[in-house]
Design a binder for this molecule. Structure first.
Ligand code: C2E
Ligand code: MG
Ligand code: MG
Length: 676
């Protein structure tokens, strides 16, 4: 072994060792990050190591005797295939980086097959008798140098373009890849100079050093690039997390957390008056249930940007406190009159119609205003005070603003007490059902009964729904109550006996909120299945106003309920604002004319005219008409004359406990006697 050969051997081994180490680093990072280009680049380094080992072997085989020529050819082919594979994998990895995804299997397959074919073909083309073999080996190497060198240069240029946007590592890698490409072409030039022009190039034995240096820098650059990428990804994730923690994702406004911390520091920094305007959208609950979450959020985002539009340049950005609540902090308040003007301005902005798809929505807001240091001198109590004032504005009908006053606090406290009690009541089953009979108008026979909820309060006794229903709705517990009532009513009705072959039906009041839930018909189906009540015997009462605000949704729900075989009545009919023309489109079975009509029908000719029109219209549409609140014989006579179908009212019976109602079914004649 001469000195030059020994040097080559050392360089080859050193390069192969580096390549294996780099492949191991990429394999590790690939396992952690699953970035495909790392796998391809890792494999490229494996191919490089293989190339070096095979190349070393083929040098060591030297000028072989004829017998080992096939072996030499095989080793040569392997080294060439590995060399071309290395470039192909490097190029594929680069494509993955630039395109941000793995190249298609076809592309990958194409590159790999092309490299293998190139290796095999060049080996075969330049194989021949030993005498000529040296010349051919040189040609083979020249071709390899030319192809791989050019490929490296192309990859380098592509990466350089990308690397300009990245950190130092990418630039070093791109530069080193380019340098390696140039070095391969340099080796080609030496080869040609020595073979074809007979020149003696003094540094030729040492060019392996340049290979090694370039390879080292490629590896170093790629690894640093990797680390930089990693850091960048962490930074991005960290920023995203920070944004999520401090900002509302829908509006981009600061969230509760951020509001409280910013407000706290600004209250501490100033001794001037600061106000918090808490804006709550009055119809927020309805929005989500009728539009769905996504559209409702879009409407809220629009509301938020309107609040922002109203802000003066010196004010901080509004914050989103909760789904339907926004807070505008107003620093340096000089006169409360200015605040009132700002609140009025906000109310006007929020009254302008909103759009959701093709729908136009009329919304309103309630605004609560609290001042620091007058009402509170810390952020959290200040917001709580504004919240109480907004609640007050909402309770007074919404679309107004209120300044905080200390009485509101006690109001909030009693409300909190009631909330806790109501929650407990649901858990302990303190709600019970009373039943009020419904009669056929012509025969005065029992048709069924309406289930009416009562709260048996441990201290205050039996409470009527108007004492608690609204609060339950506000607390978002109404759906639980409705489900509870529905189950109890169906289970109860299942035990009622049939009259004249006609089974008694049960009418259950359903809140608008439950009715607007998409899964409501499914809930009804499940309750019917669980209790075994025939669907025909269940009648659901929904209030005309509210439930029908969204006609499309209501129609869909009604159709699904109808498909189950359940009947639906429009309760308190005549008090809502949905027009009679809607009736044509709505698949309901019955109108239940509001109690106020029964009260006034004898006194007011216009009311009588309206009831007559409603009955005629309903009948022409094939709907039944029930009248509720019939108290006197005169009222009864009037309604009978005007051909309503069913009657309900104190004239016949008041709501009664379940046992009493069951006993009454057995003594049906008693009831008829009362009414006679
Ligand atoms: P509603 O569905 O219109 O129920 C009829 C109300 O009129 C009942 O009051 C009933 O007691 C009363 N009433 C019946 N006949 C007469 C009469 O001749 N004269 C007078 N002055 N009143 C009569 P109640 O039980 O206090 O229920 C009030 C409202 O509470 C109901 O109005 C209904 O909207 C709601 N409600 C009752 N139970 C439930 C329930 O289980 N779930 C839901 N979501 N709401 C319910
Ligand atoms: Mg009712
Ligand atoms: Mg009613």
């Amino acid at each position: 072994m001469n000195a030059q050969h020994g040097l080559e051997l050392v360089f080859y081994l050193a390069q192969a060792g580096c390549a294996v180490a780099q492949a191991a680093i990429f394999a590790y990072y690939y396992r952690v990050s699953r970035l495909e280009h790392l796998r391809l680049w890792g494999l490229s380094f494996v191919a490089l190591a293989l190339y070096l080992v095979f190349a070393l072997l083929s040098i060591d085989l030297g000028e072989p005797p004829l017998a080992i020529a096939p072996l030499r050819m095989l080793v040569g082919a392997c080294s060439l295939i590995a060399a071309y594979l290395q470039v192909a994998l490097l190029a594929l990895g680069t494509m993955a980086v630039l395109g941000r995804r793995l190249p298609t299997p076809r592309t990958i397959g194409g590159f790999l097959i092309a490299s293998i074919l190139l290796g095999v073909i060049t080996t075969l083309l330049f194989a021949g008798p030993p005498a000529a073999s040296m010349q051919r080996v040189v040609l083979r190497s020249a071709l390899r140098y030319a192809l791989t060198g050019a490929s490296y240069l192309i990859v380098a240029i592509l990466l350089w373009n990308r690397a300009r946007r990245s950190g130092l590592g990418a630039r070093v890698a791109a530069f080193a890849i380019g340098a390696y490409g140039a070095q391969l072409l340099h080796a080609l030039a030496i080869l040609i100079a020595e073979r074809d022009f007979g020149l003696h190039i003094g540094w030729a034995p040492y060019i392996g050093v340049l290979d090694l240096i370039a390879q080292l820098f490629i590896g170093y650059g790629l690894v640093v690039w990797l680390l930089e990428d990693e850091r960048l990804r962490y930074e991005r994730a960290d920023n995203a997390l920070r944004r999520l923690r401090d900002f509302d994702p829908v509006t981009g406004f600061p969230n509760r957390r951020r509001l409280l911390s910013d407000l706290e520091s600004s209250l501490r920094a100033t001794n001037q008056r600061t106000a918090a305007l808490l804006v709550r959208i009055d119809q927020a609950d309805m929005l989500t249930s009728s539009l769905g979450l996504v559209a409702a959020e879009a409407v809220m985002a629009e509301a938020a940007s309107r609040v922002e539009e109203c802000a003066l340049p010196a004010w901080p950005r509004p914050a989103r406190l909760s789904e339907s609540r926004l807070v505008q902090v107003v620093p340096h308040v000089h006169a409360t009159g200015d605040l009132a003007a700002s609140a009025d301005n906000l109310l006007a902005m929020l009254r302008a119609p909103f759009h959701s798809g093709s729908r136009e929505l009329a919304l309103s807001a309630s605004i609560g205003i609290a001042l620091s240091p007058d009402d509170a001198n810390q952020a959290s109590p200040l917001i709580a005070a504004a919240e109480a004032a907004a609640q007050q504005a909402h309770d007074e009908g919404g679309n107004r603003f209120r300044f905080y006053s200390t009485e509101m606090n006690s109001l909030v406290l009693t409300r909190l007490g009631l909330q806790a009690e109501l929650r407990r009541a649901l858990l302990r089953g303190e709600f019970e059902l009373h039943f009020q009979p419904l009669l056929q108008a012509k025969s005065h026979r029992l048709a069924g009964a309406e289930a009416l909820v009562r709260w048996r309060h441990p201290k205050r006794g039996l409470l009527a729904p108007d004492m608690f229903i609204e609060e339950i709705e506000r607390l978002g517990m109404i759906e639980d109550l409705d489900r509870h009532v529905l189950e109890r009513a169906c289970r109860e009705a299942q035990q009622w006996r049939a009259h004249d072959g006609k089974p008694l039906s049960v009418a259950v009041n359903i809140s608008t909120r439950s009715f607007q839930r998409e899964h409501f018909p499914e809930l009804v189906r499940a309750v019917l299945a669980a209790t075994g009540l025939h669907p025909r015997r269940l009648e659901l009462e929904v209030v005309e106003s509210g439930a029908l605000d969204d006609i499309d949704r209501a129609t869909e729900c009604l159709t699904r309920l109808r498909a189950l075989g359940v009947r639906v009545s429009l309760d308190d009919f005549g008090t809502g604002y949905s027009s009679l023309s809607h009736l044509r489109a709505l698949p309901v079975d019955c109108l239940k004319i509001d109690r106020s009509f029964a009260e006034e029908v004898l006194q007011d000719a216009r009311v009588a005219a309206i009831v007559t029109a409603i009955v005629t219209l309903a009948h022409s549409l094939g709907l039944e008409v029930t009248v509720e609140g019939v108290e006197t014989a005169a009222q009864l006579a009037w309604f009978e004359q005007h051909e309503v179908d069913r009657l309900q009212g104190f004239r016949f019976a008041r709501p009664m406990e379940a046992d009493l109602w069951r006993a009454l079914q057995d003594e049906r004649d008693t009831l008829i006697a009362i009414e006679a």
